[in-house]
Design a protein around this ligand. Structure first.
Ligand SMILES: Nc1nc2c(ncn2[C@@H]2O[C@H](COP(=O)(O)OP(=O)(O)O)[C@@H](O)[C@H]2O)c(=O)[nH]1
Ligand SMILES: [Mg+2]
Length: 342
């Protein structure tokens, strides 16, 4: 408890001083009229008030408020420095901290589309804050080759079972025939009656020769003879594409003249694609093609796989329909697809 005397010209005047100094919670203990003046001789009327305040209730003096605020600000600055330090320490472990808050929306968009987190971070570091800029950066990373390199010598299609090899042979055969190329069909999938029957039907439709090769050692003489006439389209079985590539490497010591295209089902998980890709001799693969775009729900894996395989893209297929469901996309089209819309 703090007790103090206050003197004013009147009782009200004295009360005002009490309030100012001790705050509104001060208690008036007593008051009395007094005479003031030097040595009490001027005899001026005045009122003396004795007031008390509980120390804990005492309202802080005017300067105290601002020093409290300063303390708070100091503490906030300290915390901010600590957070910055923690962020720097965590950056290598939590890479998304590298994405500034102005690009967080684009980052989330890429990740939602299945773009690998690390790739997304690097893309955003190279891009401005707009979607257009991001698409521009993606576009630069995609290499689209189309059919041109295969128009003279053709394609051998490889990939896991059911990915769409036989169907794609048919679509590409139609495309090349439409360009007046004399297509030659070869099937290495002699064990599958359905596949051979399909190729026979295609050969009839397009009036182009079909050779069904049972032993891979028979391939060189057929390839060297037929390739003089026009592009070869070679269908392979899905169960042993790794072995086929190894055999081709052994048999064609001076190089295999047909382009080898690895087909990837766009609706497969990236992990499965990478497993399939890594299980074969990837050095021998010239290009990739994405099938079943119509079945995929997101297209980020097109970007991931294009980067991871570092092979140019020959085409994409967009449905089971022959001959129409195939296209050679532009990089603009793919960048639009990868970022979740055209
Ligand atoms: N939805 C869709 N289905 C496709 C596409 N390409 C092939 N298919 C279907 O996928 C299945 C397997 O195709 P196929 O060519 O036999 O695959 P392969 O085992 O690799 O030769 C068939 O039912 C095809 O009609 C495509 O782009 N989209
Ligand atoms: Mg097949």
């Amino acid at each position: 408890m703090k007790i103090k005397k206050f003197v004013g010209k009147s009782f009200k005047d004295a009360l005002d001083i009490v309030k100012k100094e001790l705050g509104p919670d001060a208690i008036i203990l007593s008051s009395k009229s007094i005479k003031t003046g030097p040595f009490g001789i001027l005899n001026k009327d005045a009122v003396e008030v004795t007031a008390a305040i509980d120390e804990e209730d005492a309202a802080p003096p005017a300067g105290a408020a601002s020093s409290g605020m300063e303390d708070l600000l100091k503490e906030i600055r300290g915390l901010r420095d600590e957070v910055c330090f923690l962020k720097e320490t965590l950056r290598p472990i939590v890479p998304t901290l590298r994405v500034g808050k102005d690009k967080k929306g684009l980052f989330n968009l890429l990740v939602r589309q299945g773009v690998d987190t690390q790739f997304a971070i690097i893309l955003l570091e190279r891009s401005q804050e707009s979607l257009d800029s991001l698409r521009g950066v993606i576009r630069k990373d995609l290499k689209i080759q189309g059919l041109v390199p295969a128009e003279e010598r053709g394609f051998l299609f490889l990939g896991p079972p059911g990915v769409g090899k036989t169907t794609t042979v048919s679509k590409v055969a139609h495309m090349l025939s439409a360009k007046k190329k004399s297509v030659n069909l070869i099937s290495l999938d002699a064990g599958r009656i359905g596949s051979v029957a399909y190729m026979k039907e295609l050969s009839k439709q397009l009036r182009c020769p079909l050779r069904v090769v049972k032993k891979i050692s028979d391939l060189p003489k057929i390839v060297y003879k037929e390739i003089q006439k026009g592009p070869l389209l070679i269908d392979t079985p899905g169960y042993d594409y790794t072995g086929i590539l190894d055999d081709i490497k052994d048999i064609f010591a001076s190089g295999f003249p047909v382009k080898k295209c690895f087909l990837i089902d766009s609706s497969m998980s990236v992990q499965s694609v990478i497993k399939a890709w890594q299980s074969c001799n990837v050095d021998m693969i010239d290009s990739i093609g994405f099938t079943k775009l119509d079945m995929a729900t997101q297209y980020g894996s097109i970007y991931n796989i294009s980067l991871m395989t570092s092979r140019p893209l020959s085409f994409v297929t967009t449905g089971p329909g022959v001959p129409d469901d195939i296209r050679i996309p532009t990089s603009e089209f793919l960048a639009g697809l990868i970022t979740g819309g055209i």
